[in-house]
Design a protein around this ligand. Sequence first.
Ligand code: SIN
Ligand code: FE2
Length: 213
Amino acid sequence: MQPDLFADTRSRIDLGPGAVLLGGFALAEAEALIGEIPALAAVSGFRHMETRSGGRLSVAMFNCGETGWVSDRRGYRYQAIDPRTDRPWPAIPPRFLALAAGAAAQAGYPGFVPDACLVNRYDAETKLSLHQDMDERDHSAPIVSVSLGQAATFLWGGLSRSDRPRRHRVLHADVVVWGEPSRMVFHGVDSVERGTHPLTGPCRYNLTFRKAR
Ligand code: SIN
Ligand code: FE2
């Protein structure tokens, strides 16, 4: 794997201190990353999680890793057991771990070993409102977020909810990494673009790697 070769072919955008969009970083691996998803989904399964208020998250998701992010009537948390299967989440594939560690290192965070990988599927018109990733115990580790398939608009705000977010187009194989002092920046996803990607059809996948425990 030599994603560094491709890093220069698309732009690297500094989002702020400790935060960078690595354009095309995952290009060499993207097809293989997408190829892992069906087997993982066969173990765990995409689902629309409930929220505390009884709503339904429009992003379909599941986790792999020692622990996974869940939302239900009790709120948000991490847990080692998939509530849908009552079994552990599938392990994070080595290919995923290598990509996440490589991107983190490129962004200035060597030695990143995530214990949770949220696999998100955005169908057309799906959005993810501005939020902070705050359910992890260890905020010293960065977040690594890999975009696959259809392009979308990534919203990158500030440390306060009222900070007006900048809009960045995230394309297939782009990777965003953010850590201290930007670890708690508000972010979200607006408008997955319409169209058909050769590898994912109308959807966008996102792999979010975190150190949660
Ligand atoms: C997330 O913030 O959890 C996902 C971000 C993305 O899909 O790019
Ligand atoms: Fe997030």
